[in-house]
Write a protein that binds this ligand. Structure first.
Ligand SMILES: [Ca+2]
Ligand SMILES: [Ca+2]
Ligand SMILES: [Ca+2]
Ligand SMILES: [Ca+2]
Length: 672
């Protein structure tokens, strides 16, 4: 290897951690806000580069608000933010183009046991079975909805790394599954291109925008040779649009079960709730499912109830300006599966799982061209279809366009319990307290559950912290109940789950499970303050199970899942729950800076379900987002921005399965 073997840079990469305690110290010593702001060296539009910025670039940025932007401001702006916002483009000019250079800095060559890992600061590592591990660089640009954007990238100079053997990727697995190693074909070409350009449609900071993503692959393997490029020429073309969204009649759309078929009771039960929401300034429209899908308000479109409902939501965004959707109903009682408010099954095969419900389907209304995001682009009636072999068949946008939550009530009593709890909750103020529950989840170095929970605590400064950690005590219902006491704002569990239980291990005690918590423990929770419960684990919010259909529960029948039990508990339990309807992915171990923010942390916190849940707390604690559904939307959107492309089965599961069971307009902590 001709290039110098640089010492491995970055926090945590400097030395292999010998004990987890050391690692925990490293990660808790940092100021949380810096975690995402330390990106100065990430998006390297360096001084020497930006001083030579093409005239067109200046022209482009001249349209940024206030029109006072000079080159150096632009440089700061791009360098300090992971996302560049091009909010106030001219709407008169028809076409704009600009050129810029992305400079990734020097490559880092990290010698591993089975080969070399090449990285650039600010890149994440792309894990793909039977492929070499290569760095991937993502840069996100935001444009107004309806604009036409394209980007091209070209490496400025391609270099060859002599005699280099790249490490091969392991195969990611859900919690509880063994992570397997793999190797790659000698005559493979990977990745096939130097870059990809993709657009998505979504809501960001309350605005409907285009999320344009440029993805660079600065290292490519070609039949035994390794090539890399550290500088790229980028060309951006942009055609503006006029505003698409100006309706502002309602904020929240509630969909309740059929008004006429099931009597008017569900509808009427929700009227005091609507009144309560209105009292707090949330303009609310209550619509029953039959009204939504039979043309009471808008022309009907769609092939089945779920698609008709999704078109209805699209109309409600465009005609009423809604930002939040609440589904007030879950599965109907009975052996045959049917629903008060429909679900959509996503069909991405992974980890022995063929299909699972995804409420994200109803929140992802638009694609990058602001067309309807059907999740069934081949029109065969199978949604987000990815069979056991081959590629993803249907295009999916995934970026939420509306903030969605569901009250998974199976009868009117459960609905009543849930909405009464919400009204009571919002009319009071909760204590600032969080209960953290974790242990050792994988045989890799580090106590993943505790690492992730410790970072949660960093995001909530000023909060009273109660820890139930397997390294310190038994993780059992008594200790969890004691830690909760009379209540908390949040509970965060990070470990292994099933639809009816959650658990973890003592450090290195993988032959035994902690008692954890299961549905039978919930009746004993009598906390007066209701926390938002985040249940990190497989299937923890699998709200479609029933007494006659209970996959993944190891044979134990239960009328409902753990998340739903938390919510339907009378005088106790939770106000809302976030969990997974399927297997999410876990990334234990240490393969580099997986989220590409320029800071290397334990992988369990940088990708997979740990990363997902942490971003929920980041949204509330660091971004100051007050409403529950918006925190969910921020979380999913952030995961989409980091891990959607290139498509991986495990990331699709994680994004599509992460569900909010609760009111998306819930004011976290209550109204003061
Ligand atoms: Ca399809
Ligand atoms: Ca979308
Ligand atoms: Ca990182
Ligand atoms: Ca890492």
């Amino acid at each position: 290897m001709k290039a110098s073997l640089l010492s491995p840079p970055g926090v945590g990469r400097t030395a292999k951690r010998s004990t987890m305690n050391n690692a925990a110290e490293i990660y808790t010593a940092r100021i949380p806000k810096e975690r995402k702001m330390q990106n100065k060296n990430v998006f390297l539009l360096r001084q020497e580069t930006t001083s030579k910025v093409n005239e067109n670039l200046k022209k482009l940025f001249a349209y940024i608000s206030m029109k006072i932007v000079v080159t150096c401001v632009v440089c700061m702006f791009l360098a300090l933010n992971a996302v560049a916002t091009f909010n106030n483009f001219s709407t008169e000019k028809s076409n704009e183009a600009c050129k810029l250079i992305i400079d990734l800095g020097n490559p880092q060559f990290i010698e591993k046991e089975h080969g070399t890992l090449i990285s650039f600061e600010g890149c994440s590592q792309l894990l793909s079975p039977e492929k070499p591990v290569v760095p991937i660089y993502r840069k996100t640009f935001i444009f107004p909805a309806g604009a036409k954007v394209s980007m091209r990238a070209e490496p400025i100079k391609v270099k060859k790394a002599e005699n280099m053997h790249l490490v091969s990727s392991y195969i990611p697995a859900p919690p509880g599954y063994k992570i397997k190693t793999s190797s790659y074909e000698k005559d493979a070409i990977y990745p096939e291109k130097w870059y990809e350009f993709r657009t998505m449609g979504g809501i960001k900071n309350g605005e409907h925008v285009i999320i344009a993503q440029l993805i660079l692959y600065p290292v490519r393997y070609d039949r035994g040779d390794v090539f890399y490029a550290d500088k790229f020429n980028i060309k951006i073309s942009y055609k503006p649009s006029t505003g698409l969204f100006d309706a502002d009649e309602y904020d929240l759309l509630i969909i309740c079960p059929n008004k006429y078929k099931y009597g008017i009771k569900w509808y009427e039960e929700l009227l005091p709730f609507v009144e309560h929401k209105e009292k707090h300034g949330i303009k609310t429209k209550l619509v029953s499912l039959d009204q939504a899908i039979s043309g009471t308000y808008f022309p009907v479109k769609g092939r089945d109830d779920a698609e008709k409902l999704k078109y209805f939501i699209k109309n409600a965004i465009e005609q009423w300006g809604i930002k939040y959707v609440l589904f007030a109903g879950g599965r109907k009682p009975g052996i045959k599966e049917s629903w008060y408010v429909p679900v959509r099954y996503s069909e991405v095969f992974w980890a022995e799982e063929h299909r699972y419900t995804s409420d994200l389907y109803f929140a992802d209304i638009y694609d990058g061209n602001y067309n309807f995001s059907s999740w069934d682009t081949d029109g065969n009636g199978a949604y987000s279809e990815w069979k056991t072999v081959g590629n993803l068949i249907d295009d999916v946008d995934l970026y939420p366009d509306v903030y969605i939550g569901r009250l998974p009530a199976r009868n009117i009593l459960e609905l009543k319990t849930m909405i009464n709890k919400i009204i009571e909750y919002e009319n009071s103020i909760s204590n600032k307290k969080i209960v953290l529950v974790g242990g050792d989840n994988f045989e890799n170095e580090g106590i993943e559950g505790e690492i992730v929970c410790n970072i949660t605590a960093e995001y909530l400064p000023g909060y009273e912290i109660e820890k139930v950690y397997a390294s310190q005590m038994d993780v059992n219902p008594e200790n969890i109940k004691n830690a909760l006491g009379n209540g908390a704002t949040f509970m965060h569990f990070h470990g292994h789950g099933s639809p009816i239980s959650w658990s973890t291990h003592k450090p290195n005690g993988f032959d035994k499970w902690e008692k954890g918590i299961d549905v039978l423990d919930l009746p004993l929770f009598f906390n007066e303050e209701y926390p938002i419960v985040v249940l990190g684990g497989c299937h923890t919010a699998m709200f479609n199970i029933s007494l006659t259909n209970f996959p993944w529960t190891h044979g134990f029948p239960s009328p409902a899942d753990l998340s739903s039990w938390f919510m339907k508990k009378i005088k106790g339990g939770a106000i809302a729950s976030l969990g997974y309807t399927c297997f999410p992915v876990a990334t234990p171990g240490e393969e580099g800076d997986l989220d590409g923010d320029g800071i290397n942390e334990p992988d369990c916190a940088e990708s997979g379900y740990g990363y997902m849940q942490l971003n929920f707390f980041y949204a509330y604690g660091m971004e100051g987002i007050q409403y529950l559904g918006e925190c969910w939307g921020y979380t999913v959107a952030n995961y989409v921005e980091h891990f959607k492309y290139p498509y991986k089965r495990w990331h699709l599961h994680t994004m599509q399965g992460f569900v909010l069971l609760g009111d998306p307009t819930l004011k976290i902590g209550g109204y003061s």
